[in-house]
Design a protein around this ligand. Structure first.
Ligand SMILES: [Zn+2]
Length: 226
């Protein structure tokens, strides 16, 4: 099956955004670029703030977070949604663990929508959804598995993840959409670690649906200390 890839929607850079800067000011302790389709991870100390920059616009940053000293305690979409009684993420959202604990808090946000429900793409789901010709494309699950292995974590440690910059609207009838994002080049979100955490990110390699505007672009990760 041959699928036609639509032209990439044009999102003009917002000149008012200074994407070279962390969203929360402070001494920079880490500043790294995540190449398109690549994985990334870091330990972030309690009180430090991670700014994620959507360099090219509408690039889904698939995100997992664990307590650094006990990785059995990890991000829980269900707990995060239930505690704040809202499916979306915005400034003030606390990323909760499977034990209800606070792992990180959103302290700055320039995007109207991030996704808590859509989960990660994978080789297997790509072939089911988009056809066998996508078999050679790795997905976020493969990125997560490779990066998690560096910390002794495996498939059983992967949980339903958060997707920064991805737009999955919940319709009035409960239906989910995967539609064009509401981010733009240079837009940022900032999350503060509430305890020492391990963050694992997949810069989503998906090219078969609009979650990345059909074009994979870099991310930038800036950590500032309190
Ligand atoms: Zn993905």
């Amino acid at each position: 099956m041959i699928t036609t890839v639509p032209d990439r929607p044009v999102h003009a850079p917002d000149a008012s955004l200074d994407w070279s800067e962390p969203l929360v000011a402070g001494p920079v302790v880490l500043d790294e670029r995540v190449e398109p389709r690549a994985a990334w991870s870091a330990h972030i100390a309690a009180g430090d703030v991670l700014t994620i920059v959507d360099v090219g616009g509408n690039q889904s940053a698939d995100f997992l977070v664990y307590a650094a000293d006990d990785t059995d305690e990890r991000y829980s979409a269900a707990d995060t949604i239930a505690w704040q009684r809202n499916a979306y993420v915005d400034t003030g959202t606390v990323l909760r663990s499977n034990r209800g604990g606070a792992l990180m808090t959103v302290v700055g946000n320039e995007i109207d929508r991030h996704d808590t429900i859509g989960g990660a793409c994978s080789k297997e789901s790509n072939t089911l959804r988009y056809g066998h010709h996508t078999l050679h494309q790795h997905g976020c699950r493969e990125n997560f598995l490779a990066e998690a292995a560096r910390y002794g974590l495996s498939a059983r440690d992967l949980v339903s993840n958060l997707n920064w910059f991805m737009n999955v609207p919940v319709e009035a009838d409960g239906a989910l959409g995967i539609v064009d994002g509401m981010s733009a080049p240079g837009k940022r979100v900032a999350v503060r670690a509430e305890r020492d955490v391990l963050v694992i990110v997949s810069n989503c390699p998906q090219m078969n649906n609009p979650c990345n505007d059909f074009s994979c672009t870099p991310l930038r990760m800036i950590v500032t200390s309190a």
